[in-house]
Design a protein around this ligand. Structure first.
Ligand code: MN
Length: 730
């Protein structure tokens, strides 16, 4: 493939020369001329590193595209592909001057300008190709981009060396495989050979020399073979087009490097191509050739019956010539040959009058194409099973490929957020994240990342870190786990700080009250305080102090067993000091500040656990406990009240007798139903008194219950009994 090199501007006629066999309408030619003139004006004065006028680059791109017989819109897009970036033309202007399609293609090409940098990692390179495809969105954009890259490769020697290496690698890893998938055999070969030249110049020249060596001899050999086959076919009344070709350098390089072949072992250095009129004739020709020359076993391939993924069709075989030399023979139809050379583009080659190909057709083709992008390079060796697996992964996993500002590819599941992106880089990055920019713009953390986005995470050492809210946003399980872990650590860290704070406060108050600061830690003291606050760990108590749930001085009172916090009657105080731990005290009741005093449950209101209760010092010797709503309590002087509460632990297994009153319309079995209900509720009837007053049955019962909740359930069940009017606790 040659390009036009000239210090003068390449004339429009050179382009028309390429399009004239398929674009004839004057309107189309004028359209291209308009773009040519526009590019000329916009790139005026700009010089390529080669010293050529810059516009020659875009004209060469357009000419390459014309060789692929693309539509005038695509050729125009090739001519204009650099005006947005290099000449500040806006997309809107392009649409106004040309049309929407041109604008779309040129804008997409401009966006593709900076592909992320690649290292040698094959996985990374595969991702790169996917990004390229996903960002292109349109096969025409890819064609323009390939033509652009081809010309850049042809003029790469004018670039600085580090750029040469970078661009050549990218070409080899991204552009050449895509050209291959598209079946653009010529462009692919050129891209590969040029890349090899810049990446391994020594090998390049070595192979080139070997190919050149005895070239004349080999050419003669090929000529000889071509004639022999032609004669053979003519004698069988078959007229075909036969030609010879040599393999391109990079494919020889690949066989030598990756398949460990010596130069002499590469059979298909020279190939003979036979173009037949149809597929049937291809098989006929194959038969004749195999009949007359010895085929090499294992070298026959039928790509007519089994198309390659890139639509390539041909019969391949290798034969040994009369003089012992080996030839690869390719047999195909003209149409197959077009597809092999011009590739996939041949399928939607521009046809005048047929109008442009609909976007839908292109989408369909592109869809097909995308499916194959995930295939490995050696598509011919991909097994059907692998192929299906790749296809499924692409369709169902729907990955997003985004980039760091340095060009590293980050793959994420669909709908992943910038937070997921940050975690994909490193959990430190995510935890110190204070902001995120997508394609240069600040975005909220719940922003979803799309393929091709360049995401920049801003970090700060004192960042607040992940919050519960992040858990709602993230899509990756890694990020979720890390956030949970972080939050748990943070909680522990907080708790540690609270404990430390409370400890300091506690010590401060102990000192200022001139108490012995060693004593509060004694097990006995701690346990007493914990028992009071119904806690199991001292740390919980400290956290409670820090959170101001408990007053620090009250806690100290409990720790040091200082009882003077309630204004208990003097009598009680005196007596309690002389008493040892009082076993006769009701174990179900806790009297605040005192643990050794006699407690009696009042007989008038029968308090049970769960009831609101009050205690008062009845006789100076015992605390009497009543229900708060007991009418007897109203007569008592409030000054003698002491705070009391049920001990939740001690009430387990205890029982209490309560009086209840049931009223209902009298009927058969009412009494029996009530007894059954009580026995089902595990309540014992201590006594019962039943009367009938005005057709109503009235019952007073004393029953035994465990606690207030038990009683409540019993009352509810009694009320459910048919014809019962009311049930009350007395
Ligand atoms: Mn360009």
């Amino acid at each position: 493939m040659e390009i036009i090199k000239s210090m003068e501007v390449i004339p429009f006629e050179s382009l028309v020369k390429q399009t004239f066999n398929y674009i004839h309408s004057q309107k189309d030619i004028d359209f291209m001329k308009k773009a040519y003139d526009f590019a000329l004006k916009k790139h005026e004065g700009q010089i390529r590193k080669s010293g050529e006028p810059y516009v020659n680059h875009v004209i060469n791109v357009a000419i390459t595209l014309a060789k692929l017989q693309v539509s005038p819109n695509v050729i125009v897009s090739g001519l204009l592909h650099d005006v947005i970036e290099d000449s500040g033309v806006t997309g809107k202007e392009l649409e106004e001057m040309f049309n929407e399609e041109v604008r779309t293609i040129v804008s997409a090409v401009s966006k593709l300008r900076n592909l992320p940098e690649i290292d040698d990692d094959e996985y990374q390179a595969a991702n790169q190709r996917k990004i390229f495809i996903a960002m292109s969105k349109d096969i025409r954009v890819i064609l323009v981009k390939l033509a652009d890259r081809l010309h850049n490769m042809m003029t790469l020697e004018y670039m600085p060396e580090h750029k040469q290496t970078k661009i050549a690698k990218e070409t080899l890893n991204v552009y050449a495989p895509i050209a291959h998938r598209l079946g653009l055999g010529e462009i692919k070969a050129e891209l590969e050979d040029r890349s090899l030249y810049f990446l391994d110049r020594e090998k390049y020249f070595e192979i080139a020399q070997m190919v050149e060596f005895k070239k004349k001899e080999r050419d003669e050999m090929i000529d000889h073979m071509v004639k022999a086959i032609d004669t053979l076919l003519v004698s069988n009344n078959i007229i075909v087009n036969i030609s010879g070709r040599s393999k391109h350098l990079y494919s020889i390089y690949k066989k030598m490097m990756f398949k460990n072949k010596k130069f002499d072992e590469i059979y298909d250095l020279q190939a003979i191509r036979i173009i037949c009129k149809d597929a049937m004739e291809c098989y006929g020709v194959l038969g004749i050739i195999h009949n007359n020359f010895r085929p090499i076993p294992g070298r026959f391939k039928d790509y007519i019956a089994m198309k390659k993924p890139n639509m390539y069709q041909s019969l391949h075989t290798s034969i040994i010539g009369n003089d012992g030399a080996i030839f690869e023979v390719q047999i195909r139809t003209q149409e197959m040959d077009d597809i092999a050379e011009k590739g996939f583009a041949a399928h939607w080659r521009y046809k005048e009058g047929k109008d442009k190909i609909s976007q839908k057709d292109i989408e369909e083709q592109l869809h097909w194409f995308r499916d194959f992008v995930s295939l490995s390079d050696e598509s011919e060796s991909v097994k059907a099973q692998d192929y299906m697996q790749n296809l499924q992964q692409d369709i169902f996993e729907a990955n997003v490929y985004a980039l760091t500002p340095k060009g590293k590819v980050i793959s994420l599941p669909k709908n992943a957020s910038v937070i997921d992106f940050a975690y994909k880089i490193h959990s430190n990055v995510a935890e110190q994240m204070v902001g995120a920019r997508v394609n240069g713009n600040f975005v909220p953390f719940n922003t979803k990342v799309k393929t091709g986005d360049v995401v920049e995470i801003q970090t700060q050492n004192n960042a607040p870190g992940p919050t519960e809210g992040w858990l709602e946003i993230v899509k990756t399980s890694n990020a979720r786990q890390r956030i949970k872990h972080f939050l748990k650590n943070k909680k522990e860290e907080n708790r540690k700080q609270l404990i430390e704070k409370a400890q300091n406060s506690l010590l401060f108050h102990i000192k200022s009250r001139k108490l012995d600061e060693k004593k509060y830690k004694l097990k006995e003291n701690v346990n007493r305080a914990l028992k009071h606050y119904k806690l199991v760990s001292f740390e919980d108590l400290l956290v409670g102090i820090a959170q101001e749930q408990y007053d620090v001085n009250n806690v100290i009172d409990h720790l040091y067993n200082i009882r003077a916090i309630f204004s208990l009657p003097k009598l009680l105080k005196k007596s309690s000091t002389t008493r040892s731990r009082n076993k006769s005290g009701d174990p179900r009741i806790i009297v605040e500040g005192i643990d050794s005093v006699a407690v009696e449950l009042a007989k008038c209101c029968h308090p049970i656990p769960g009831d609101n209760i009050v205690g008062y010092v009845a006789s100076g010797r015992a605390v009497k406990v009543h229900r708060k709503d007991c009418h007897n309590i109203k007569k008592i002087n409030r000054n003698s009240f002491v705070p009391v509460m049920w001990d939740p632990k001690a009430s387990i297994g205890q029982h209490y007798d309560v009086d209840i009153f049931v009223k209902g319309y009298d009927r058969m079995y009412l009494l029996s139903d009530i007894v059954t209900t009580l026995s089902q509720a595990n309540s014992l009837i201590i006594s019962m008194d039943s009367n009938i007053v005005d057709l109503e049955s009235v019952m007073n019962l004393k029953i035994r219950v465990h606690n207030g909740e038990h009683l409540n359930n019993i009352l509810i069940n009694l009320r459910k009994i048919d014809s019962v009017i009311s049930v009350q606790r007395v």
